[in-house]
Design a protein around this ligand. Sequence first.
Ligand SMILES: Nc1ncnc2c1ncn2[C@@H]1O[C@H](COP(=O)(O)OP(=O)(O)OP(=O)(O)O)[C@@H](O)[C@H]1O
Length: 257
Amino acid sequence: MSSLANGTDDIILSAKALTKRFAGFIAVNGVDLNVRRGSIHALIGPNGAGKTTCFNLLTKFLQPTSGAIRFNGRDITALAPAAITRLGIVRSFQISAVFPRLTVLENVRIALQRRRGDSFDFWRPQRVLSAYDEEALSRIEEVGLTPFANAAAGELPYGRKRALEIATTLALEPEMLLLDEPMAGMAQEDVARVSALIRRISANRTILMVEHNLSVVADLSDRITVLARGEVLAEGSYGEVSKDQRVVEAYIGAGHE
Ligand SMILES: Nc1ncnc2c1ncn2[C@@H]1O[C@H](COP(=O)(O)OP(=O)(O)OP(=O)(O)O)[C@@H](O)[C@H]1O
């Protein structure tokens, strides 16, 4: 984690009094959130706590009823998802498109072309497409998929597909990555691999993730915000929030173990 020389925290993404009301129901209620540059920050909480709604507000898939969101000091509250992607906030597993019949290499190459604003032109001369290969291969290596570079994406095991999705996301050169339940539906051995991958790609990026798997959260997160009933219940390291009686009660009350 980095701090500015004057000792204040270097906040990349912040939300102030973020609120979302659905037809009279308040799903997110006055949430303040500060994500430090270079950190892995997790948003957790029992079912129905407002995590997904909060995530959708931060990625601009939903417009807040009130409150403000700032990224790198700039007010992004009124921006559209595509605009914040251009600013460097990329939501993984949503905007990344994996084409099952294409190879891993072709998928990453297309993501690179997309970033550069080139069209999805499969008829371009091979020479032009090959120009992307070096960078594509380095993204593929970054996510540990080098042995699978020429395999069809659709034939990859589930955890490797996730890794490919992350590679296509990294091709957009995000300064900040938002991961929506990256471990959802994953087998144990894949969880370990994707955890290690998230740690690796966090090296020079900021990550905010919503994740239900608390051992992954404990393992990866520098800081955790716990939501319950649409509000921030607690914030701190895993050691701190897991000992917080209100957090324990919120999970028990919601039927979690
Ligand atoms: N479009 C909507 N219209 C009405 N209510 C909604 C809508 N989206 C979410 N809600 C309600 O807002 C509350 C918070 O939902 P949200 O999905 O954000 O919680 P969550 O913490 O992500 O839960 P889970 O862990 O179960 O995914 C829930 O009570 C949900 O029913």
